[in-house]
Write a protein that binds this ligand. Structure first.
Ligand SMILES: Nc1ncnc2c1ncn2[C@@H]1O[C@H](COP(=O)(O)OP(=O)(O)OP(=O)(O)O)[C@@H](O)[C@H]1O
Ligand SMILES: [Mg+2]
Length: 240
């Protein structure tokens, strides 16, 4: 499939997705209002019913978050770089992929570092990269597998995000190819996920690397150098 056709398909898909999520908002608000009014009614409710109502409210809240994340992601990119929390980006990635993981019975595990400095990046671009990585992790796992998303700061101040899976792993003979356009071993895969990831990450002045062992799993790491940290961004430090 030519890249042009593929890009067009992705654009159409994005538009469809934005339309659907937008339309889900209204009935969802109606459900929320109804739940609220049952809760506020004068009637004394059985404890089990109060519990069920609470569970329904929490579930609608979760749907709302997923919809907001999806809409934000599908909105046309107009802004450049600004300060963002890496944990926020990681959380949003997991929100968007939690259904896919559940469907495959793959656990998503958060290991978020505390007090991470904010990074100055184009959030939607980084989100696009992290979604690709976590998605690959989920696809690499068999039932009962796990994908861990981990954020931390290295000793030298680099902020990093790891996506670690215990899936099929990558054979050494394929290490050179996985970032190439159209390299895929999946039925229905485009083989563009990682090449797009690499281009986005380079464009944001960050870097991406991986380690993997066949049959054991893979770790993909995005590193944001100190120059992208909010606390040093734009400083005229010519000593390094
Ligand atoms: N976490 C991973 N574990 C094992 N193999 C991986 C992993 N990530 C990528 N790969 C290998 O690299 C190939 C290229 O990945 P890439 O994301 O570019 O394309 P894809 O996942 O095959 O297709 P698409 O992303 O378009 O659905 C995959 O087909 C797979 O063979
Ligand atoms: Mg992929």
């Amino acid at each position: 499939m030519s890249r042009e056709i593929q890009n067009n398909k992705l654009i159409i898909l994005g538009k469809l997705l934005a339309g659907i999520t937008h339309e889900i908002r209204n009935p969802l608000s109606a459900i929320e209002l109804e739940l609220e009014s049952i809760n506020l009614s004068e009637q004394k409710l059985e404890p089990e019913i109060t519990e069920s109502l609470k569970a329904c409210k929490e579930a609608t809240e979760r749907i709302k978050n997923i919809i907001e994340s999806t809409l934000e992601f599908s909105r046309r990119e107009t802004r450049g770089a600004s300060s963002h929390s890496l944990n926020g980006i990681a959380e949003q990635t997991l929100d968007l992929l939690s259904a896919a993981a559940r469907k495959k019975n793959v656990a998503l595990i958060r290991r978020f570092g505390k007090n991470l400095p904010k990074i100055v990046v184009n959030k939607n671009k980084i989100l696009q990269a992290t979604i690709n990585l976590v998605n690959n992790g989920i696809e690499a796992c068999s039932k009962g597998g796990a994908v861990k998303i981990q954020t931390s700061v290295k000793k030298d101040g680099t902020v990093k995000l790891d996506v670690i899976d215990n899936g099929v792993g990558i054979g050494k003979e394929n290490f050179d190819q996985i970032f190439s356009d159209f390299y895929t071993n999946k039925k229905g895969g485009t083989g563009l996920g990682l090449s797009v990831c690499k281009a986005i990450i380079a464009d944001q002045k960050a870097s991406i690397k991986f380690t993997s062992k066949l049959g054991e799993g893979s770790r993909f790491t995005i590193e944001f150098p100190v120059s992208l940290r909010e606390d040093s961004y734009g400083s005229e430090n010519t000593n390094n």
